[in-house]
Design a protein around this ligand. Structure first.
Ligand code: NAI
Ligand code: A1CAB
Length: 274
């Protein structure tokens, strides 16, 4: 297994917004030499700009030679324009890693000479606290050493799962990539429902946040199956059972609603392919 110090050259991050910035922070925290990192971004957010400055990472360098890794973290919609500008910075030895939703290995490869090593991946925002999860696929040109390097870079923000079937990335995007938003919506909706049922709004908000965070942490720390944790809350004929009769309705409950939401997100990921 490679570490960040095994990377034989520079890591060039293209796009240092929420996701790219979280990745850069993770790499630097894990000991990537700031002199071996560089960022291309015309307008990084203030907190990322401060990190870049504080750690002495090169921002928008004019040269520096082909990087060992080019990590693409711009929005998928600007990818054609950005790739047309940055592809020439790579050489045959550069590993290309994308975290862009939707953009396929085929799309990415089309900007580089034949035989370019490309990884397509999808992280999620808990990356910002080292608790993300990333799903990744490599093309046939990625060497075992490059695979280890991609794994080390992606693992700096949490867990990594590799797949061989690229079609699974669209589904993973819909589950773990977008998934944190579903959980935050749950916290928002639970708070709103509590306020509607009579709690002071600020208290409903605190209770909903603590409940979502505590339930998630209980699942992580115990390793117990979520269905069992749910059963542990549910007394026969009690309050939870009354709520779950609504939420687990086979036609209108969480199950069918989430299936529809995940299918919509996966469809959108496929549309973003380009
Ligand atoms: N935010 C999320 O939950 C996730 C995002 N992603 C992917 O990560 C990518 C970035 O998303 P976010 O970080 O959320 O967006 P963001 O908007 O926070 O960051 C994008 C960054 O790209 C920079 N940028 C714009 N034009 C550029 C150019 N020509 N050259 C270099 N940099 C340029 C912007 O200044 C900005 O800092 C997207 O492709 C998205 O699909 C993947 C998984 C989860
Ligand atoms: O909404 C999006 O398109 C990006 C990809 C996954 C999470 N955010």
């Amino acid at each position: 297994m490679a570490t960040l110090s095994d990377i034989p050259g520079r890591v060039l991050l293209v796009g240092a917004g929420k996701m790219g910035g979280a990745m850069l922070e993770g790499w630097l925290d894990l000991g990537l030499d700031p002199a071996r990192a560089a960022v291309i971004d015309p307008a990084p957010p203030a907190e990322v700009a401060a990190l870049i400055e504080a750690r002495g990472v090169a921002l928008n360098p004019l040269n520096g030679g082909p990087p060992a890794v080019m990590l693409l973290a711009v929005k998928p919609q600007v990818a054609p324009d950005v790739l047309a500008r940055v592809a020439g910075l790579a050489d045959a030895g550069t590993l290309i890693v994308s975290v862009m939703a939707g953009r396929t290995l085929g799309f990415l490869q089309s900007y580089f000479p034949a035989g370019a090593a490309v990884v397509r991946s999808i992280p999620n925002t808990p990356a910002a606290i080292g608790r993300g999860v990333t799903v990744a696929v490599a093309n046939g040109a990625v060497s075992p050493d490059q695979m280890n390097i991609a794994d080390a870079l992606l693992r700096a923000t949490g867990g990594v799962e590799w797949v061989e079937d690229e079609a699974l990335i669209d589904v993973a995007t819909a589950v773990s990539g977008s998934g944190p938003a579903y959980v935050f919506l749950l916290a928002e909706a639970l708070a709103a429902a509590g306020a509607q049922a009579g709690l002071p709004a600020d208290m409903a908000d605190r209770l909903a946040r603590a409940t979502v965070a505590g339930a998630g942490e209980l699942m992580v720390r115990t390793g117990i199956d979520p269905a069992q944790l749910r059963r542990n809350v549910t007394s026969p004929n009690g309050t939870t059972a009354a709520a779950l009769a609504v939420l687990m309705d086979e036609e209108k409950g969480f199950g069918p609603l989430l299936s529809e939401a995940v299918a919509a997100a996966a469809r959108r990921s496929r549309e973003l392919a380009g």
